[in-house]
Design a protein around this ligand. Structure first.
Ligand code: SAH
Length: 393
């Protein structure tokens, strides 16, 4: 077993069961990509069993803080079993569920989403890449699924020195499935969809939106960054009669249109706009339009804290426009999925947008990712999606 020795004082994060060690904290030792290493403090004390990533800034990701534990097929089986058991306790109202959420489930770099009978999986670290076959077999065993599609085509693999990979790892067949999410039906193509296919993290917020649209009697709805129209169909389910989906992805919008029909809603109540959201908001404002409800769910503007400044301005801009386009009494659901923008900062940004727009709003509810995308006490970085439900005064 190869040993990685840390610099003096650099053991603190592992002692607090935080799973990452950055390159600058390593005093000596090296290993192959993904190889299991023993991580020791400066004085030789055991800290963790971990996966080594020679080309990443995050040089070491801990698998276990228990010296007696062995990192083998049984280890992955146990971790996956625990992750799946946790989801069963959540009673999620969908056949689309995140089964493994990386670090939060003790499996750094592994994302597993279950879409009906298909597991869609991202192996994002050298450690998960090295154990891919073991993990794939264990996943089938633990879930009873027979099909596993790999979506390791995310840009973050580059930082690990890994090439993109995409395709069936186990099983084969059609890559499209139908989800029943709360009261709505949605189709997902695990091959062509974003990330693993769909944004499961917004499931509970889409259901909330349907309830609020109904409760508040919202009729006109603008869904910005709509992707395949999850919030749009939710709005129709809530009784909206004029819903506009705006996205820059043509295929996503085609699926949004299909989702309107799939759920039995009148296609005359829905319009898809293949356009940039920022320009569209400005145009709608010029046209003097206003809406009963608006959703702003942009892509990650700040991949890390280093981008927070520019991202803050971008968030402020769309929120300023969104608030202006809201009728008095109207509902705004606004989100940020940037890890680099914390919940407090996001709140401040939106408050600044309100001041600029000359619009005040009641804060109805703070929003976060669905509970199958958990955060843990030891790994606060896992908290990425935050949002606000606002009611214009
Ligand atoms: N709310 C969606 C998920 C949104 S993901 C859901 O519930 O499923 C963000 C979306 O923003 C993606 O579909 C992407 O195509 C779109 N997008 C990114 N930049 C954009 C831009 N400048 N204008 C319009 N859409 C954009």
């Amino acid at each position: 077993m190869k040993v990685i020795r840390l610099r003096e004082g650099k053991e603190r994060s592992l002692l607090r069961q935080h799973p990452w060690v950055f390159a600058g904290s390593v005093a000596k030792g090296k290993a192959d990509p993904g190889e299991t290493v023993r991580v020791e403090a400066d004085d030789g004390r055991f800290l963790a069993w971990a996966a080594f990533s020679p080309s990443s800034m995050i040089r070491v990701r801990a698998w276990s803080f228990d010296e007696a534990e062995r990192i083998d097929a049984g280890f992955f089986q146990r971790r996956l079993q625990a992750a799946v058991a946790m989801r069963q306790r959540l009673a999620i109202q969908s056949n689309g569920v995140r089964l493994v959420h990386g670090e939060a489930d003790g499996l750094p770099g592994l994302i597993v989403d279950r879409y009906d009978d298909i597991l869609s999986v991202q192996f994002l670290s050298a450690g998960t890449e090295r154990w891919k076959d073991v993990i794939a077999d264990a996943l089938l065993q633990v879930t009873g699924c027979q099909r596993l599609f790999e979506r390791s085509d995310s840009g973050v693999r580059q930082m690990e020195g890994l090439a993109p990979a995409k395709g069936w790892l186990r099983g084969e067949g059609s890559t499209t499935v139908t989800l029943q999410e709360h009261a709505i039906r949605l189709t997902v193509d695990v091959e062509e969809g974003h990330k693993t296919g769909y944004y499961l993290d917004q499931r509970e917020n889409r259901a909330l939106f349907a309830r609020l649209v109904r409760q508040l009697g919202c009729k006109s709805v603008l869904n910005c960054y709509s992707y395949t129209g999850g919030f749009s169909v939710a709005a129709l389910a809530g009784g909206a009669t004029e819903v506009i989906s705006v996205d820059s992805s043509g295929p996503a919008l085609a699926r949004a249109d299909a989702h309107v029909l799939l759920n039995g809603f009148d296609p005359a109540h829905h319009t898809s706009m293949d356009a940039d959201v920022n320009g569209t908001l400005r145009q709608l404002l010029k046209d003097g339009r206003q809406f009963d409800a608006i959703v702003l769910d942009p892509p990650k503007f700040a991949p890390s804290a280093a981008h927070a400044d520019r991202a803050s301005r971008a968030y402020k801009d769309i929120n300023r426009l969104g608030l202006k386009l809201l009728k008095p009494g109207g509902l705004l659901l606004t989100f940020s999925c940037s890890g680099g923008i914390g919940a407090e900062l996001f709140h401040k940004i939106v408050a600044g947008a309100g001041l600029d727009a000359g619009v005040d709003a009641y804060l109805m509810q703070r929003l976060e990712a669905s509970s199958d995308h958990p955060t843990t006490l030891c790994f606060p970085e896992g908290e990425y999606l935050k949002g606000l439900a606002l009611l214009r005064r």
